[in-house]
Design a protein around this ligand. Sequence first.
Ligand code: GAR
Length: 216
Amino acid sequence: MKNIVILISGRGSNMEAIVRACAAERWPARVAAVVSNRPDAPGLAFAAAQGIATAVLEHGGFAEREAFDAALADLVDSFSPDLVVLAGFMRVLTTGFVERYAGRMLNVHPSLLPSFPGLRTHERALEAGVALHGATVHFVTAQLDHGPIVVQGAMPVRPGDDPAALARRLLAVEHVIYPRAVRWFVEGRLALSGLRVVVTPPEPQWYFSDTNEAAA
Ligand code: GAR
C-alpha cells in the first residue's frame, strides 16, 4: 500500500479526482494526507469529509523560502509519503525540497509543456494563436515546469474561447490525466529512459478531448 500526500492551495478539484479514482479503481495506495499552504483552501473540507488527514502550513509565517520548504518537508514526511502530488499547489519550491522528493513528486501544469511554463497559461495560449491547448503531468525537477512528462491531455481551441472557457474545459482533461498518472506511479509502472517516461505495460501517454464538456 503506497502513501500519497497531496499538496493544494485552493479548490482542490484535481485532488478530489485522485481521491475518487483511488477508491473507485482500488489502487494499491491511499491518500494519507492533504496539505495546504492556505487555511481557507476549499479542497480541505472535501478531504476532511473523506476521513483524510489534513494539515495547513501557512507560508506567510516564514521569512525565507528555505525555512518554509524545510518545515513543509517535515510535515509531508510525517505522513511517510511514497509519492507527493502537487495539485494546484501555487508555490515555487526550492531545489532542496525538489531534490528530497526526486522521482517521487508529480505536478499537473495547465499547458502542453514545454510551451507556456509559468503563469497565465490560458491567456498566453490564446495570444499565441495555438490550435491545441492542453495539460501536462510531469515529474518535478529543479527547473520550473520542465520535468519528465508522464502524460499529456490536449483539446482544440474553439472560436470565441476566452481564458476562463479554456480553463474550465481543460480542468476536465486534467481530471482524466492526473489520476491516470498517479495510478501508474502507485502501480510501479513508471520508469525513466533519459528524459522520457516509460509506462510498462504500455498505455497511451496522451489523451485527446474533443467534447464541450467542462469540469463539474
Ligand atoms: C489546475 O488547473 C492546475 O493545472 C493549475 O491550478 C489548477 C488547480 O485546480 N496548476 C498550476 O497552475 C500550477 N502551475 P484545482 O485546485 O481545482 O486542482
